[in-house]
Design a protein around this ligand. Structure first.
Ligand code: 13P
Length: 347
């Protein structure tokens, strides 16, 4: 049986566990055309399809893929692309033993009735799109809800409407025989402290799992992609990695049902090293049954992107940077990362 057929024969629970297998995590390469435009602008690269394909196929053919990456989240354009190396993008990913996935939401749009908050859209026509994505090779999906923290936010309206959409999305995805990644992201922006983040993350997770239960989601066939419990980026009281780990794990153990097999964090604007260090601390004290790992975009790609900006043709340097980050995060998913490994790479 080829790798792709083997994935077809797997249950949703087996796919979820494969995506988050010990020592591995998820590469979030699903930046929309608008988001990748910002990333490319920062390195002075023109945002055209050829460059997007070149960058992404360079990552997906790196040696780190088979050891450290359990799944890759793609954007609509990417899942349809054929690489210049021969195979299609989903085939290239499956060849390394990773599961191809697809972002299916249509983005966070202004929430009518609550200024400055958003609700994620994309449910209309989703059943039909899912069928197409399955045929293109996707076996899991992602939907991201966004919550802002301030004196007034997030509102109950935002918490409830986003949880409802996440649950309706999850039901359609499981009907289409794929694993939904449920991503409720409490943003790091703001001056709030870590306890405020803990409280808001608790409220958001509670409402999400209430709705998922109402919509009869089989939690064993899902992956949660949450934020870490962390102080706002403008907060004066910095927290140690130990405190972040303790509070994050506590929040997850109290609010995520035990049936959920895997939890894969977003990096959310933390630096590459911070996101590895914090994940590592969480896994050092992880006494739950959750597989706890990464589903990083910036946390995995920032250095590789910089190399791509320096010289788009130097595949070796781009892949070296990516291989290193993937390895560091793979170690963090087992609680085996050490700061000195980062210095070795710099040397
Ligand atoms: P970051 O890790 O850059 O936050 O991206 C993860 C992601 O997929 C956001 O939806």
């Amino acid at each position: 049986m080829c790798i792709r057929d083997r994935i077809i024969a797997m249950t949703l629970n087996e796919i979820a566990k494969k995506m988050c297998a010990k020592g591995k995590g998820i590469l979030a390469a699903d930046e929309s055309t608008g988001t990748i435009a910002k990333r490319f602008k920062s390195i002075n690269v023109e945002n055209v399809e050829k460059n997007r394909l070149n960058f992404r196929q360079t990552l997906f053919s790196s040696s780190a893929m088979k050891d450290y990456i359990g799944g890759v989240i793609l954007f609509d354009e990417t899942i349809r692309q054929k690489t210049t190396l021969g195979p299609s993008i989903p085939e290239l990913i499956s060849k390394h033993g990773a599961v191809p996935g697809i972002k299916v939401d249509k983005g966070a749009k202004p929430l009518a009735g609550s200024n400055d908050e958003t609700v994620t859209e994309g449910l209309d026509g989703l059943r039909e799109r899912l069928k197409e994505y399955y045929d293109l090779g996707a076996r899991f999906t992602k939907w991201r809800a966004v919550y802002k923290i301030s004196d007034k936010y997030p509102s109950a309206q935002s918490i409830k409407s986003n949880a409802h959409a996440l649950a309706r999305y999850s039901a359609l995805v499981q009907e289409a025989k794929m694993v939904p990644i449920v991503e409720p992201e409490v943003l790091m922006d703001g001056s709030h402290n870590i306890d405020k983040c803990y409280q808001v993350t608790t409220d958001v997770l509670n409402e999400c799992y209430n709705e998922l239960e109402i919509h009869k989601i089989d939690l064993k066939g899902t992956v949660l992609k949450p934020n870490m419990v962390i102080p706002g980026s403008e907060c004066k009281d910095k927290s140690s990695a130990e405190e972040i780990a303790k509070k994050t794990l506590d929040c997850l153990k109290k609010n995520v049902p035990v049936e959920v097999p895997g939890i894969a964090f977003l990096s959310g604007g933390q630096s590459e090293i911070e996101s590895s260090k914090n994940l590592n601390e969480i896994n050092k004290i992880n006494d739950s049954n959750f597989l706890i790992t990464f589903s990083y975009g910036r946390g995995l790609q920032a250095s590789a992107l910089k190399e791509f900006g320096k010289n788009q043709e130097n595949l070796d340097n781009i892949q070296k940077a990516f291989n290193h980050r993937a390895k560091m995060n793979g170690l963090s998913s087992k609680g085996e990362w050490l700061e000195e490994f980062e210095k070795e790479s710099a040397a």
